[in-house]
Design a protein around this ligand. Sequence first.
Ligand code: FES
Ligand code: FES
Length: 901
Amino acid sequence: MTHYHVNGRRYSAEPTAGQCLRTFLRDLEVFGVKKGCDAGDCGACTVHIDGKPFHSCLVPAFRAEGREITTIEGLATNGELHPMQKAFHDAQAFQCGYCTAGMIMTAVTLTDAQKSDLPHALKGNLCRCTGYRSINDALHGTCNIEPDVAGKALGASLPNPFTDAIVTGKARYTMDLAIEGLLHLKVLRSPHAHARIVSIDRRAALAVPGVVAVYTWEDVPKRLFSSALHEDHLVDPDDITLLDRVARFVGQRVAAVVAESEAAADAGCRALHVEYEILPAVFDPVLAVQPGAPLLHDRDLLTASNNIFCTLQGEIGDIAEGFKEADVVHEQTYSTTRVQHVHLETHGSIAWKGEDNRWHIRTSSQAPFVVRKKLAYIMGVPERALHVFTERVGGGFGGKQELVSEDLVLFATMKLGRPVKWEWSREEEFIGATTRHQMTTRVKIGARKDGTLTALDVEVFSNTGAYGGHGGETLGAAMASPIAAYRCANKKGIGHAVYTNMTPGGGFRGYGASQTTFAMECAIDELARLLEIDPFEMRRKNVVRPGDNVESIWKEPTDASFGSYGIGECLDIVEQNLKKGNGVAKPEGAEWAEGQGVALAMLECGPPTEHRSGAEMRLLPSGAYHLACGSTEMGNGITTAHKQIAASMLGTRAEDIDIINADTDRTPYDTGTFASTGTVVGGKAVHLAAEAMAVDIIDFASRHAGVPVDQCRLDNDGVICGNQRISLRDLHAEGVKVDHRFSVSRRAYLSPRTIAFNVQGVRLAVHRVTGEIRILHSVHAADIGRPINPMQCRGQLDGAVAMGYGWALVENMVHDVEGRMVNPQLRNCRIPTFADTPHTEIFFADTTDLIGPLGAKSQGECGINPVAPAVSNALADATGVRFAHLPFTPDRLFAKLGTAK
Ligand code: FES
Ligand code: FES
């Protein structure tokens, strides 16, 4: 037995052959060591060995024997946070917090010289949520938080309630759980884009020591379902089974192996012998709709005898007349790429049977209630037999609005009677999880000489990949707000969501609207250029205004309306700040061209389909409050915001409200935290519940004190009734005597939906020879109503804008001609590092919404949408060349700039 020293404690343990230090430490239940890649690319696993930082996934465990290993759990001394932990606390340098342990472990080792060069010093640590701005703040000693003052919670930058747990490594994410008798599940994934499974020989796999079971399509329930999670399951096609006999994309799961260890499960997968009948495949949606193209699904799933899953179309006015009225017409096809969410915590879940004879599923999900509903249907058990819940979720961005792991772990645990866990690898995320839908959009747009739009014609092809979950809804979003953002009497649109043998598309921040915002905002810019009208003026002239019908291509009224309107202010802010400049000059040399671009985005706050949420509140014997809400906290800050909403209604401090969330046993129903609903639906339910709680307390206090209600008011931890003050603790005790429970429950339903706006301005330099782009000035203005927590709202926008730059400039999933992703690793399919992420000046329009709770609107998604078109518009300004296809990587720029000369 060998000895290891971890955080000052001696462990006698033996790593398995080839085991890395990361998994070894986690086997010791040192869960502050996280996994983002297991390949040395993300830094989430950073620990110190003899005081030096290492990516523990790259270190063989036996190399650390006898050396001093420190993890995030060992950084604080005598209960005092390490100064770097304190700095991350004060700056709130995290959102989901999954990267934070590794980030802090790297940061504490930096010298002053390294701190002055963070793009270089932090190149080994990735964060997908923050845009690195708050991390930069932490390393420069900036404090972003305000004190929690009773009655002043609304609009205060209060810290996340889980901050201490996050910066000390005590926060528990989905996989941070030790369970006795745990089995591990792994899947074999298809190497073919389209193939029928002829046979699976499982004998060699079952002979692998430690392998307990192998499951194939022959073993699992045959019920069709959709992995997409929505309130209304009818919006997605039921086209998936647990394990299918036909593989429709490279990466589809073919068989599941359950074993005593992950290594044995992996070995079992490798030992499976599968005979495939290769079928013809199609990857391009335009080719997939041609007669004779290979069909992916049975005809009853298709709208025609081709692979079209759905078509949406409509027209208002008379498009032909509109083009006749136009003095200029611009027509161009734009396309956007598929990208992966890369939430740093991969998908995964753990299932077991409890002493209550029910199945418990701990999962990394944005919608645990809909997961429960779907699991009950698939397994043929009542919903009450299932308990689905989240611990802390390490990022989502729409990628976890999907049932992709819970079904197999539940099936296996039901079969085997032992707890089963499945944690995805980073490669599985790239090839097996959903991506943003690749869309190609043709825009034809006409205007009069004065810039007034007369006609707008849009055609969209959306590649929904092998399965249709989210296919119709993202197409609907693509055909909605980006087109509705502009007033035009004559609009026409047609969009197709098409099955192909590619990785399935799914929900992703911006949800279809990002793709067509790119096309629309580039087209508006081109039109402005043709008319020699300033791009800000072009937008001011044509953007929708209060009183307008909010309509894209359909005549039917929608439930979207302006609860507030701040697009004009956003445009002014961005224009003024770009004009003012930031003093950053373009690099010297004639090869560098400089340009400026702007784009706007409009987003309806929440989905047009149903969305529900509930909140329950109780007054506790201590005089504090308990709040239960079904929304998922995944770095969106929803628990902080919900506490602040409740605190402001109750005149108390946020810290006097304890909160639980996203648990089908312990919180009220919630459709899920996606489509920017955490504030406008979950927050609305909290608002209503807290309002009812206040009424209940005052009513009881009035009766108890014998003072009229209008002379009673809440006062932090008490109630003032006339000239007496009763503490909430005493009031609760009085309530107990008469069986008054101080308990309320309220529901919120999303309708009507208000509308948010965002404007992005970019000044950049582009090197005409190498195609290198440098962002010189980045300005973003958001109309999100009244920010509940300005620091958090800014953080969401920082993250969204950074993701937008990633989509525009960095991220590139490359597939070969057989539909196989050739770069499914973070080092080859990069997301923005600190060095790739420009500082963005973030501003808020001064609006208070009449629909959203306490004047707030959504803002988790919309910030991403105007970024890529603003970059394209700036490139066009700099070079005179329109870059209409994402991403703007140097090789693609070089090719096009070379042709242009
Ligand atoms: S998990 Fe070790 S670097 Fe990503
Ligand atoms: S806070 Fe960094 S990955 Fe989520």
